[in-house]
Design a protein around this ligand. Structure first.
Ligand SMILES: [Zn+2]
Length: 415
């Protein structure tokens, strides 16, 4: 390590800039990819508080390599033939021939859910029900890809459309209290599927990639099962939405419990009694986003956008929702990591880019201010662009950002 023994720890220095959200004070970039230790690990979204109490951040080991890079290396040593046999054994136990659904695949028409559902149905002979929590505002390509998934791919689909007034309110409050425009989408996307599985008595739920692919603790990859803490709850009083405890949210905004139920996770005891299992396909099948993309193009009519997504160089990752660009802009504000950092890190790990190429892409595109959909999205939520930009400034952590001559710049950039 480069640290000198005589240097006073930053924590004790009185002139050290403030650190928000419990982020690590010292910014360290992974030596394998372009992520830093400021990247949050997944936490159950319904526990997300404004101070991010209890949040964990990307772990770098003693060699300065992050868990997501280690996981990518480990993927090279996994016996994928054996893993597929494990999957086949599981599917054989649950496959139905009486007309019922035997598995459930959540998704809104992106490449990963298209890939998972198509494999299960057409390669492994399962009978999936697909379940969709739609984007807040579909892009034209997102809407077409969703329709193609169902029409060209050939699946039954249940789409749950939440109450528009509550949805806009909660999304706006999540921006105001957490600078987190994507929260309502994440809540729906993670919590809806197990609840629909309960309702239809479908024993298997398949998500695509494990969170570790993007840097949650590597220990989570040891099992195919998704940890139940992500999609179950025991008591309503332990939950937060838009950064507020539920009773406070209800009182302040004259909402009833019924208004929120769509966003909340399944009841832990009810789910435990049901024997429903929530798995990652990425545990059984070697998951590469690029390959999921090519597969979806071939089998479900998936189309990339002909233009580059703002804030990055890519054309096919997470393109369904007009709020996506805003979401990644806010990760750049809060953690110093924009969409190009996420895209490039993943492509470096899959050896589609060198680290040097990744660094150049991050420097060119990360944190690009979104323009294409931003006004439309914010207007729909009842916010002005000016107010949104003010909020962004309030959410910058001083240990990451400095302002000179009216311009913000990052104190630490990947190199
Ligand atoms: Zn890394």
């Amino acid at each position: 390590m480069l640290k000198s023994a005589t240097r006073k720890p930053a924590l004790e220095r009185s002139d050290a800039p403030e650190v928000k959200y419990g982020l690590p004070r010292e910014v360290i970039f992974c030596r394998g990819c372009v992520m830093s230790n400021q990247r949050p690990s997944s936490i159950p979204e319904f526990r997300h508080r404004p101070d991010r109490q209890g949040a964990k951040y990307l772990h770098l080991d003693e060699e300065g390599v992050c868990d997501a890079c280690r996981y990518a290396q480990r993927k090279e040593t996994i016996d994928w033939t054996r893993r597929e046999q494990e999957l086949l054994a599981l599917l054989d136990r649950y496959r139905r021939s009486d007309g019922a659904y035997d598995c459930l695949v959540p998704g809104s028409g992106g490449k990963d859910s298209a890939y998972a559902a198509h494999l299960l149905k057409y390669t492994y002979g399962m009978h999936p029900l697909t379940v969709t929590w739609p984007p807040i505002l579909y892009t034209d390509y997102g809407w077409k890809n969703f329709q193609n998934w169902i029409e060209v791919g050939g699946f039954d689909n249940v789409t749950f459309k939440p109450n528009g007034r509550v949805h806009r309110l909660l999304t706006r409050l999540a921006i105001e209290h957490l600078l987190h425009p994507f929260q309502t989408f994440i809540l729906g996307q993670k919590n809806l599927a197990p609840k629909v599985a309960l309702r239809y008595q479908i024993p298997l739920v398949f998500f695509g990639e494990p969170e570790a692919e993007y840097g949650s603790p590597i220990a989570e990859t040891a099992s195919s099962l998704r940890d139940t803490s992500y999609y179950t709850m025991r008591h309503l009083d332990e939950l937060y939405l838009a950064g507020l405890p539920l009773p406070e949210l209800m009182e302040r905004h004259q909402l009833s419990l019924n208004d929120f139920m769509a966003y909340l996770p399944a009841d832990a005891e009810e789910l435990a009694r049901s024997n429903i299992e929530v798995h990652y396909m990425g545990y059984y099948i070697k998951w590469t986003p690029q390959e999921a993309y090519y597969y979806a193009v071939e089998h479900t009519g998936f189309q990339a956008r002909p233009f580059r997504t703002e804030g990055t160089y890519s054309k096919y990752n997470s393109i369904d929702d007009k709020i996506d660009d805003l979401h990644y802009y806010t990760t750049h504000i809060k953690f110093g990591l924009g969409r190009a950092s996420y895209d490039a890190s993943q492509e470096i790990r899959n050896k589609h880019l060198t680290r040097e190429e990744g660094i150049a892409l991050v420097r060119r595109f990360d944190g690009e201010q979104p323009g294409r959909y931003v006004r439309e999205v914010l207007e729909a939520l009842g916010l002005t662009v000016e107010r949104f930009m003010e909020l962004c400034d309030e959410f910058r952590s001083p240990h990451l950002w400095t302002r000179e001559g009216g311009r913000w710049s990052l104190r630490h950039e990947v190199a």
